[in-house]
Design a protein around this ligand. Structure first.
Ligand SMILES: Nc1ncnc2c1ncn2[C@@H]1O[C@H](COP(=O)(O)OP(=O)(O)OP(=O)(O)O)[C@@H](O)[C@H]1O
Ligand SMILES: [Mg+2]
Length: 395
């Protein structure tokens, strides 16, 4: 399954919806760059801060130098960059721009390094943060112009979602798209993720298919992941899933999906997976024997075990990904519901029950549809099927 957020990340400025004013300010900053001034972009998550920079860099042919907090601490690299930055052009003659994203992951020391870089660099420096007015960034303000990115309106979000649906060849009821757009609260990344789970395995999106990932659950999951991966070990780590009201099985899926995002050394990742696999063994024993005494082992292994697998905790900001296994499940859930509605429609015309239709007729119809392509249209009309229903049957 392709990830739609990645697939549709803007390549050129025209792909970015809204944010016109912000983008023109970034472009003028780059064109008229003054020494000792950086530019800080700020605004809520998922509205296009990072992607606008990438789109501009790509379209205007800049070379991007991205720095994270570890690299800023690397004195040699910084010296190199600052001393070489007299060369504002790369060896290929491209204009260069430094990007420091996700500024919230920097501590006070890191922030003062950023300020130093802005003072010394002759290459333009762009910073990105969610909340520019955070006290933490006070030291940076004298050196920065700022540009605000606003929450997107639901109409702007709908525009992008409809573009994606057209590209993916999925038909839709506008009401369904509106529902996703309105519940995303101005966050296009969240909306595209919800769109992806909603259209998995179907050809037409209706309001019934809309599957919204509850924002509160998302928030809880995020803090649970941070506790497991980033905090020093304490008794609280063991109870993170209970505290966040996430069931253990779902919690384990999230942890295992994200081990490689978080742990950068193979040794740490391998050890963490070892704990997850042992925890999974206990879970399956619980399932088989209904012996809930094993629950605490499964819980401790998947939380404390993973927490203690890290030889060193990283303060790097990590965006936790949604478990691919859950995406697949929602795909098959959607397929099951389409099959059920198909069965209902056809079974009544054939005077059999839906169960009998599913057991005895589906495979026969699949064979017929494969060998006689013309039949598809005829059957669709005869039984009043939707496109997704007939397509699933013909698959
Ligand atoms: N204005 C937009 N136009 C087009 N696509 C967008 C826009 N905003 C977000 N997206 C989609 O959402 C994804 C994430 O956007 P982006 O990384 O730019 O968000 P952000 O504002 O940097 O969020 P964060 O603060 O969480 O880093 C993009 O890859 C793209 O698919
Ligand atoms: Mg970003």
């Amino acid at each position: 399954m392709t990830n739609l957020v990645l697939k549709y990340s803007p390549k050129v400025v025209e792909d970015v919806v809204g944010q016109k004013l912000a983008i023109s300010k970034i472009i003028s900053f780059l064109e008229a760059h003054k020494k000792k001034k950086g530019l800080i972009l700020f605004g809520p998550p998922g509205v296009g801060k990072t992607s606008s920079v990438y789109a501009i860099v790509n379209e205007y042919n800049y070379e991007l130098i991205e720095l994270n907090s570890d690299e800023l601490r690397d004195a040699e690299r910084m010296d190199n960059l600052i001393n070489n930055s007299v060369n504002t052009l790369s060896i290929f003659g491209k204009k260069r721009v430094i990007l420091i994203d996700e500024l919230e992951s920097f501590d006070a020391k890191g922030i003062s390094k950023v300020a130093e870089l802005i003072r010394k660099s002759t290459i333009p420096v762009i910073l990105i943060a969610i909340d520019f007015w955070d006290q933490k960034f006070k030291a940076l303000r004298p050196y920065c112009e700022n540009v605000e990115f606003r929450k997107l309106t639901y109409k702007e979000i709908m525009k992008r979602l409809i573009f994606i649906l057209d590209e993916e060849g999925v038909q839709f009821d506008e009401a369904a798209v509106e529902l996703i757009a309105k519940s995303s609260n101005g966050d296009l990344r969240a909306a595209i993720n919800d769109l992806e789970t909603s259209i998995a395995g179907i050809n037409k999106l209706t309001t019934n298919d809309v599957f919204l990932c509850d924002r509160n659950i998302k928030k809880n999951v995020f803090s649970a992941m941070q506790k497991i991966f980033k905090s020093e070990f304490s008794g609280e780590v063991i109870d993170v899933f209970d505290t966040a009201a996430i069931d253990l099985r779902t919690g384990i899926l999230w942890v295992s999906e994200n081990i490689c995002n978080e742990y950068k050394t193979p040794r740490d990742a391998a050890e963490a997976y070892e704990f997850i696999s042992r925890s999974d063994i206990f879970l399956s024993r619980i399932r088989r024997r209904q012996y809930w005494g094993f629950y605490k082992y499964a819980k401790i292994l998947s939380t404390a075990g993973v927490n203690l697998s890290a030889t060193e905790k990283s303060s790097r900001f990590v965006r936790y990904s949604f478990p691919s296994r859950l995406l697949k499940l929602s795909e098959s859930k959607n397929m099951r519901s389409v099959l059920k509605s198909t069965a209902k429609k056809i079974a009544s015309k054939l005077h059999v029950s839906s169960d009998i239709f599913l057991r005895d007729y589906v495979s026969m119809m699949k064979i017929l549809l494969k060998s006689t392509p013309n039949l598809k249209k005829q059957m669709k009309e005869e039984f009043g099927l939707t496109d997704s229903e007939i397509n699933l049957l013909a698959k």
